[in-house]
Design a protein around this ligand. Structure first.
Ligand code: GTP
Ligand code: MG
Length: 206
């Protein structure tokens, strides 16, 4: 898929204020600083579309972007940000879980995982929560340019193996880099494929 247009639409903290669920939607989620916003910029070829930062916790709202006038890409705040308060973290969890479980046009959640690290409990727990709630997800390993391909492959294999303790089948994965754009075409192809099967939800007028 060629990205012809990519526009910022809205930032929200309220699930009931989100854009009408008429287009297929894809959400990027993962630990703070894993590279969600950077990957969105790399995929769309727009450097400053999603705000990035070296300081974890940059993205704090549900940010909607509309791509080719055709589908929504959503940048979410990261989880596991150590320097936030317990109360903030609990609020984040409630808010994101509400969004993920109620958004009827959400086609797929892209769970971003840092390819440099061994499997982390917080990422495995989050995948399990998605599975328990019947939410389809795909795995996206980030920052591939930061180490050898062998190292990335080892960490991916360990993560997939860990998930097999809970899942009969592990969803497909992508190995990506926002620096080199590795993996971005594959993600866009996957989205194009899902888009071709999208039927808008029936919206009740009452
Ligand atoms: P929050 O919004 O805070 O949750 O973070 P985020 O997941 O959106 O991460 P962001 O895209 O802001 O990137 C965090 C840092 O990692 C920035 O300094 C990026 O430049 C860097 N980064 C992200 N992706 C890559 C990558 O693929 N390669 C390299 N080398 N650096 C990356
Ligand atoms: Mg971000």
């Amino acid at each position: 898929m060629l990205v012809k247009t990519a526009e910022f639409l809205t930032s929200n903290t309220k699930v009931d204020k989100l854009p009408a669920p008429t287009l297929p939607e894809y959400a990027f989620i993962g630990r703070s600083n894993v590279g969600k916003s950077s990957l969105i910029n790399a995929m769309t070829n727009r450097k400053g579309l999603a705000k990035t930062s070296q300081t974890p916790g940059k993205t704090q709202l549900i940010n909607h972007f509309v791509i080719n006038g055709d589908w929504y890409l959503v940048d979410l705040p990261g989880y596991g940000f150590a320097r936030t308060s317990k109360k903030n973290r609990a609020e984040w969890e409630r808010f994101i879980r509400r969004y993920l479980t109620r958004r009827e046009n959400l086609q797929c959640v892209f769970v971003l995982i840092d390819s440099r690290h061994e499997p982390q409990k917080i990422d495995l727990d989050f995948c399990c929560w998605l599975g328990e709630n019947g939410l389809p997800f795909l795995l996206v390993f980030t920052k591939a340019d930061k180490q050898s391909g062998v190292k990335s492959d080892q960490n991916i294999a360990k993560f997939r193996k860990a998930l097999l303790s809970w899942f009969e089948e592990v969803p497909p994965h992508f190995l990506t880099s926002a620096e080199t754009k590795q993996g971005t075409d594959e993600i866009l192809s996957m989205i194009a494929d899902i888009n071709s099967r999208f039927e808008p939800p029936v919206i009740e007028n009452n």
